[in-house]
Design a binder for this molecule. Structure first.
Ligand code: ATP
Ligand code: MG
Length: 331
């Protein structure tokens, strides 16, 4: 069963200059119980996708077109209030930098209780019991629910935000860079915790991160975003083992934990200008394999012969050769 289906989503931000096309024709769907990864460099549009889903875009952001169906309901047709209800009841959101946005003058337990009271008619004692239980689930000491955010380490504050997001047992957990800024050991623990909870609650996960190594370890399917476009999409096995898009190949080489015994090589160049519709492949000026055609139009995302694999690249038919060239530093 499809839980979330996003089709042809376009989001722009108004600026003093031309509008920024932050998300440009993005489609993907997440089945029940599936862990889905959204990857891409900084500025590729990952957070914008999440905020558009949840109706949380900043004031200058607009969903220009597209549909977002959750459990069969088109979220874009709902009022802000209806969407907020769905958000808290069914979708848990751990925003980027969540751990830094906890209220410094309210105890962590009170912040979670408040979230529960807003949506459930329960006594203070019941809410506090639930907070203790949630602390236990995320691996925090339940005797510390009266502690303030500054009394916790970064990793522990992130556990608090996860506890808050889980308060109402969601069908879908959206976590935006949940481990960025934490040290590696804490990162692993947080990811393990999210996976354990996701399994226990039988919910689906949309994991947003620029670290494709984390997605390789935790997700079933993924989309690779660049310049607001889906460059490659499908199962983790297809996309990360046999990438067909030079952007994915470049990203993979910049995460040596996937390619054993290799030094990280970042992709040279900087992200594209998002003002206006692209008149070339968005990756053209950084792509080592770009041809004339690549400068003329952005390629469509097309189905590849193997199941659950799509790629947007004019040279997709030569993918195997491009992969060999990309792996060979002499070329
Ligand atoms: P990061 O990995 O840094 O979190 P991201 O993939 O989440 O990046 P977004 O935050 O979605 O990227 O941004 C996508 C594009 O939209 C970027 O070019 C960014 O500069 C632009 N952008 C984001 N928010 C706004 C805004 N409020 N107004 C104008 N442009 C914006
Ligand atoms: Mg972001």
């Amino acid at each position: 069963m499809t839980l979330l289906n996003v089709e042809n989503l376009k989001v722009t931000y108004a600026t003093d200059d031309e509008p920024v096309h932050a998300v440009n024709d993005v489609s993907f769907s997440i089945d029940e119980g599936v862990n889905y990864g959204l990857a891409g460099e900084s500025g590729s549009g990952k957070s914008t996708v999440a905020e558009a889903l949840l109706g949380l875009l900043p004031g200058n952001g607009t969903v220009e077109s597209g549909t977002i169906e959750f459990n069969g309901t088109d979220l874009t047709s709902l009022s802000a209030a209806e969407r907020r209800d769905i958000l808290w009841e069914d979708i848990a959101y751990i925003p980027q930098s969540a751990m830094d946005s906890l209220d410094p003058v309210m105890s962590t337990g009170d912040q979670i209780s408040q979230a529960i009271h807003t949506h459930r008619n329960v006594s203070d004692t019941k809410a506090r019991d639930r907070v203790r239980e949630l602390f236990e689930i995320v691996g925090l000491d339940p005797d510390r629910i009266d502690d303030y955010p500054h009394e916790f380490s970064g990793g522990m504050r992130q556990r608090v935000t996860i506890a808050m997001a889980l308060a109402l047992e969601p069908d879908l957990i959206i976590a935006d860079e949940p481990t960025t800024g934490l040290d590696v050991i804490v990162q692993d623990k947080i990811i393990d915790k999210i996976l354990e909870i996701q399994e226990r609650m039988d919910s689906s996960l949309l994991l947003i991160t620029h670290e494709i190594g984390v997605i390789a370890e935790t997700c079933d399917d993924l989309s690779i975003l660049y310049g607001g476009k889906v460059m490659e999409q499908g199962s983790v096995d297809n996309v990360l083992v046999n990438p067909t898009n030079p952007y994915t190949m470049g990203l993979k080489n910049s995460f040596p934990e996937i390619e054993e015994n290799e030094d990280p090589v970042t992709i040279p160049g900087s992200p594209p200008n998002l003002n206006g519709e692209p008149t070339a492949c968005v990756f053209e000026d950084r792509c080592p394999f770009a041809t004339e055609e690549c400068g003329e139009s952005h390629p469509d995302l097309v189905d590849l012969p193997n199941r659950n694999h799509r790629s947007a690249c004019h040279r997709v038919k030569e993918a195997a050769q491009l992969r060999r060239d990309a792996d060979d530093p002499a070329t």
